[in-house]
Design a protein around this ligand. Structure first.
Ligand code: GLU
Length: 429
């Protein structure tokens, strides 16, 4: 069972992964309390079902050998095969992956996709690796995970630091072992080898749909809204671009190398080009520099968090002035910040709702692979929109009728579904 780390009382002393676990467990406990779950169920839901740690050598370009550490945690499979991304990041460790796996379980349940939750990753900075080294890490990591992944057991996908190319290598490696192609073993693949139309933008697209929906509910005109975005990776870039297309003004964006501010509005396409050439958006022409703490406190209508966990805490939540806080990342808000944001009247779109577009289209990709059929981008986006907005409706309705925060509404809906599946399946043997 995941215990609250001892350091949780003093967040400064804990690692980011320990803080993420403390956050995930606190959210589960709040939902379990609200649902009056019995102690046995609480113990089952707290516990990651399966954890694999692998260490593997990779030949580097200079001829040396480096040993990498990787993880895969399957938190719960009561509702279906384990599902969740692979993260290549220096901060990736067992705790980090445990928290992220638990959030995947709730996300899949809330979206009503027939999956359990998992997450995996390798402790590394992919920016320090050549393309060949990255391929070597991916292929050997895939080999190490091969006993537990598969289209009916555990299906990885991209996450921070990985992309469609990494998924292609992962799929190819497992297919080489089998002697035939197994497209359904990962999602987020390139289109030409069984990927789905719309998957690359799917998380950003879902972020847009849930922001549009929340804006409607609070009477905010998105076409004239101002937006700040933390993170300019796969999710932040797509969210900024799609929000810009609705007419919203993107006034500030940060990424790993710094940040840019332009009150008259930033052009996402220009930033994306600058990023390609310079590896960061920092220093893009016509912009002023900005850091994350200033970005969090900007007087904007919508604040999109599309980076890592634990960004908004009780130390900085009091600075947030946005009307909508969109959790495009997993776990960007520490539980200590929730009451402060609520008292400031900030409408928080919880992560397991806001960023679920990715796993929804992963589900579509997996079903298309099983049927050896492909859908158009219009069909994918139309189904994505319906599926994520159905969940959004359930969250906002429960929040309103029960007078509870949207995060508790989302988590209680999700935990209820997983608890129900667990009860129905019963205990084996
Ligand atoms: N990594 C994404 C997430 O955190 C997508 C997971 C998936 O598609 O399996 O939701």
């Amino acid at each position: 069972m995941i215990q609250q780390p001892i350091q949780a009382a003093s967040p400064a002393a804990a690692t980011p992964g320990q803080r993420a676990v403390a956050a995930a467990v606190a959210q589960l406990d709040a939902a379990a309390e609200y649902l009056q779950l019995d102690g046995d169920l609480r113990a089952i839901l707290r516990s990651p079902q399966r954890e694999l740690i692998v260490r593997f050598p990779v030949k580097m370009d200079d001829g040396s050998v480096r040993v990498f550490t990787g993880y895969r945690v399957q938190h719960n499979t009561a509702r279906g095969p384990a599902k969740g991304g692979l993260r290549f990041h220096p901060q990736t460790d067992l705790d980090d992956v445990r928290a992220l796996a638990m959030w995947m379980t709730w996300k899949c349940a809330l979206m009503n996709v027939p999956f359990g939750g998992a997450k995996g990753g390798v402790t590394c900075d992919p920016r320090d690796l050549s393309a060949r080294e990255l391929e070597g890490v991916t292929r050997r990591f895939a080999t190490e995970l091969s006993p537990i992944v598969g289209p009916d057991s555990d299906i990885p996908a991209p996450d921070v630091g990985t992309n469609a190319q990494v998924m292609a290598w992962f799929m190819d490696t497992l297919s080489m072992h089998a002697g035939y192609s197994i497209p359904g073993v990962v999602t987020g693949k390139p289109l030409s080898i069984g990927g789905s139309a719309g998957r690359a933008d799917a998380t950003g697209q879902g972020v847009l749909y849930t922001i549009e929906d929340a804006a409607r509910r609070i009477g905010l005109d998105l076409a004239n809204a101002t937006v700040a975005v933390q993170g300019f990776g796969n999710v932040g870039e797509a969210a900024a671009r799609l929000l810009h297309e609705t007419g919203a003004r993107i006034v500030a964006v940060t990424d790993i190398g710094g940040g840019v501010e332009r009150p008259e509005g930033l052009d996402g396409a220009v930033l994306a080009r600058y990023l390609q050439e310079h590896g960061t958006i920092a220093g893009a022409p016509g912009t002023r520099p900005i850091d994350n703490e200033r970005l969090f406190g900007l007087d904007v209508d919508v604040l999109v968090l599309a980076a890592l966990e634990g960004q908004i805490t009780d130390a900085n939540a009091g600075n947030v002035r946005a009307r909508i806080l969109a959790e495009a990342a997993n776990g960007p808000t520490d539980p200590s910040a929730d009451p402060i944001l609520a008292s400031r009247g900030v409408t928080v779109i919880p992560d397991i709702l806001c960023n679920a577009g990715g796993v929804i289209v992963s589900y579509f990709e997996w079903t298309q692979n099983r049927a050896a059929f492909s859908w158009s981008r219009e069909e994918v986006n139309d189904r994505l929109r319906r599926q994520i907005l159905t969940a959004a409706d359930q969250v906002w309705q429960r929040a309103a009728s029960e007078r509870i925060p949207p995060r508790l509404a989302a988590h209680s809906l999700a935990v209820e579904r997983v608890a129900d599946a667990t009860r129905l399946r019963g205990l084996y043997p």
